[in-house]
Design a protein around this ligand. Structure first.
Ligand code: NAP
Length: 308
C-alpha cells in the first residue's frame, strides 16, 4: 500500500459522493483514518453497519476536528451552515474542500466562515448515478471521470491544490482546474439544463392523459427511459442546484428555447434539410463523447439486449 496522501480525512454528509470517495480512498490506501458524519441518525447507523468510514461521529465538528482534509459532501444549500458549524474546530493548515455541483454560490456561502489558517479548495467530481444515500457508493465511481478543482481565489496555496488533485487522481479521476463562474456555465450546459429538460419531459408524459401509464412504461425504450433515469435523481440535490446556479441555467435554457422553436418551425414548414443538418451536427457531438472515453458506444448504452 502506498503512503497516504492525508493522515486524517473527514467526510461531512454520507451519500453517494462521500461513500464512493471513502471506498475509493480505501482501495488506493490514500487516507489514514476517515471520519464521517451525516445529519440523520438513520444514515449514521447505516454507515456504521456497512463499515462506511473508520469512525462515524455524532456531530460534524467531532468528525472535522483534527482532520487534514475536510470534504463537505452535503447538498449545495447546506454547505454554508456546515462550514459555520465546523469552522471553530478546524486544524490550522488543514484543507477544506467540497463536492458541490455548483461552485460560485458554495464559495460565497463557505469562505466567509473559514479561519485564515486553512486552505479552501472547492472541487466537483463529474460522476454520479441517480441513486443516493450511504449504500449507493462504490469505489469505481470516479474511474476515468473528471474532477474539476476550483481554487476559491488566486491566493489559494498551490501545494494544497496539488495535494487535493493527487487525492482525486488516486481515486481514479482526471483533474482539471477551472474558474468558478466558468465551471457553473459549463455545468449548466452539460448537466443542469439537461436534467431540467429530463424532469420536464417526464412531467409531460405524466400529464398526458391520452397515453396511458402502461403505454409509457411498456414503450419506454424509445428514448423516454433515459429521461426517466435522469429524472429520478435526488430532489433535494437538484432543487439546490437550480436555486444556486440560477443565472447560468437561465442563460442556457433561453438558448435552448430558441433552438427548440427553430426546430419546431422546421417541422411545421417541412424543412427536412434543416432537421437533417441539425441531427448530423448533434451526432458528431455524441461521437466526440465516445472518443473521449466518457461513454460506451455499445448499442443501447451497453445495457445489452433484454426481452420486452
Ligand atoms: P446524497 O446521496 O443525497 O447524500 C447527501 C448527504 O448529505 C446525506 O448523507 C445527508 O444526510 C447529508 N446532509 C444533508 N444535509 C445535511 C446537513 N445539513 N448536515 C449534514 N449532513 C447533511 O447526495 P450526493 O449525491 O452524495 O450529493 C452530495 C453533494 O455532491 C451535493 O452537493 C451534490 O451537488 C454533489 N454532487 C452530486 C453528484 C450526483 O450525481 N449525485 C455528482 C457530483 C456532485 P442524511 O442522509 O442524514 O439526510
Amino acid at each position: 500500500m502506498s503512503q497516504p496522501i492525508y493522515d486524517r480525512v473527514a467526510l461531512i454528509g454520507l451519500g453517494l459522493i462521500a461513500s464512493s470517495m471513502f471506498w475509493a480512498m480505501k482501495r488506493g490506501g490514500l487516507a489514514g483514518e476517515v471520519t464521517g458524519y451525516a445529519r440523520s441518525q438513520a444514515t449514521r447507523d447505516k454507515a456504521r453497519e456497512i463499515g462506511l468510514c473508520d469512525r462515524v461521529c455524532d456531530s460534524a465538528s467531532e468528525a472535522a476536528e483534527g482532520a487534514d482534509l475536510v470534504v463537505l459532501c452535503v447538498p449545495v444549500g447546506a454547505m454554508g451552515g456546515v462550514a459555520k458549524e465546523i469552522a471553530p474546530v478546524l486544524k490550522p493548515g488543514a484543507t477544506i474542500s467540497d463536492v458541490g455541483s455548483v461552485k460560485r454560490s458554495v464559495i460565497r456561502a463557505v469562505a466567509p466562515h473559514l479561519p485564515d489558517d486553512v486552505h479552501f479548495v472547492p472541487a466537483h467530481p463529474l460522476a454520479g448515478t441517480e441513486h443516493s444515500g450511504p449504500e449507493s457508493g462504490f469505489a469505481e465511481l470516479y474511474d476515468n471521470r473528471w474532477c474539476i478543482i476550483v481554487p476559491a481565489d488566486e491566493t489559494t496555496d498551490h501545494d494544497a491544490v496539488r495535494r487535493l488533485e493527487t487525492l482525486w487522481q488516486g481515486m481514479g479521476a482526471n483533474t482539471d482546474e477551472m474558474d468558478a463562474d466558468h465551471h457553473d456555465l459549463v455545468l449548466a450546459v452539460t448537466s443542469h439544463a439537461p436534467h431540467l429538460i429530463a424532469y420536464t419531459m417526464v412531467g409531460v408524459a405524466d400529464d398526458l392523459r391520452r397515453v396511458t401509464d402502461s403505454e409509457v412504461i411498456k414503450y419506454s425504450a424509445a428514448g423516454f427511459r433515459d429521461f426517466t433515469r435522469i429524472a429520478a435523481s435526488d430532489p433535494t440535490m437538484w432543487r439546490d442546484v437550480f436555486l444556486n446556479n440560477k443565472d447560468a441555467t437561465l442563460e442556457i435554457l433561453g438558448r435552448f428555447t430558441e433552438e427548440l422553436f427553430a426546430l419546431q418551425r422546421a417541422i411545421r414548414t417541412g424543412d427536412g434539410d434543416q432537421l437533417f443538418d441539425y441531427f448530423t451536427r448533434t451526432r458528431d457531438i455524441r461521437r466526440g463523447i465516445i472518443e473521449a472515453g466518457q461513454d460506451t458506444d455499445a448499442p443501447d448504452f451497453g445495457r445489452g439486449a433484454k426481452k420486452p
